[in-house]
Design a protein around this ligand. Structure first.
Ligand code: F6R
Length: 262
């Protein structure tokens, strides 16, 4: 794992966007795993501004609320259209979001796993992190071998996402269809972006704490190709800061990524 700490949100988002754009330029038919949430809104805005073409990409979103129609403004399908798909060159038929409105959720989950496998797996998986330590909607005690499935959301997560549902956590759906931790760990590369002081404690647990299913995001420590990108505010509780900065300043891979600030 590499931890890259940038001076502020803009620089952190810039680095993630540069990384995604460079992967798409290297491999135009990249299969992307996408996340939603407030952190990603800035990433998608910058991706749109970059002008990169997703014409040959396939995309797989991490999760979707159960019980919302596809066209519901709070569905993650709607989120992706509003924040990315409607503004870039992309074939909508190649964009996939778990079907949280399916009558048979177990079948929808199996079908989603098959679609990912048929695409040859995910090349680059973008991740955010929830206050309960989730990646996707893998709430505490999600098995590290879990695959796409129906999962109950924690009160912490429903409170975190209440803003989009009129400020009332009770309006947030109780369940979601989410890729499993095992599904996420199968991606070739993981990039987790966390910003803001409110994420500092959970980032430190995920990155430096024990690997435990109580913090699903700690599973990323087992991934051989994982980057965690934060701003200063989200990095304040990390113990190994000096070493992470040294790696970022010296690894040849990051040469083109440092110049904006240095
Ligand atoms: C959403 C998802 C979640 C979010 C996480 C952070 O698709 O996978 O894990 O990434 O809850 O959300 P924000 O960015 O709103 O803090």
């Amino acid at each position: 794992m590499e931890v890259i700490i940038r001076p502020n949100i803009d620089h952190a988002v810039d680095l993630v966007v540069k990384l995604i754009v460079s992967r798409i330029k290297e491999k135009p038919d990249t299969t992307l795993g996408l996340a939603t949430g407030r952190t990603m809104e800035r990433v998608y805005a910058r991706l749109i501004a970059s002008g990169v073409s997703f014409a040959q990409c396939q995309t797989f979103n991490l999760d979707e609320y159960i019980g919302l129609r596809h066209a519901d403004p709070n569905s993650y399908r709607s989120y992706m259209k509003a924040h990315l798909f409607d503004h870039v060159e992309i074939n909508l038929a190649n964009t996939h979001v778990p079907d949280g409105s399916a009558a048979d959720l177990k079948k929808a989950a199996r079908d989603y796993e098959s679609l990912i496998a048929d695409a040859g797996g995910i090349d680059l998986q973008l991740l955010g992190i929830g206050y309960a330590g989730h990646i996707g909607f893998n709430e505490p005690l999600s098995s590290f071998k879990s695959r796409t499935r129906d999962k109950a959301l924690t009160p912490t997560t429903r409170a975190q996402n209440a803003e989009m549902f009129g400020g009332d956590a009770d309006n947030v759906p109780k369940r979601a269809l989410t890729m499993g931790v095992g599904t996420i760990l199968d991606a070739s590369e993981l990039v987790l972006l966390a910003t803001g002081a409110a994420k500092a404690a959970i980032v430190a647990k995920a990155v430096e704490g024990p690997i435990t299913s109580m913090v699903s995001a700690s599973a990323i420590q087992m991934h051989p190709n994982c980057k965690v990108v934060t701003d200063e505010a989200a990095a304040t509780e990390l113990q190994g800061r000096e070493y992470y900065d040294f790696v970022f300043e010296n690894e040849p891979e990051w040469k083109g990524f440092r110049c904006a600030e240095n």
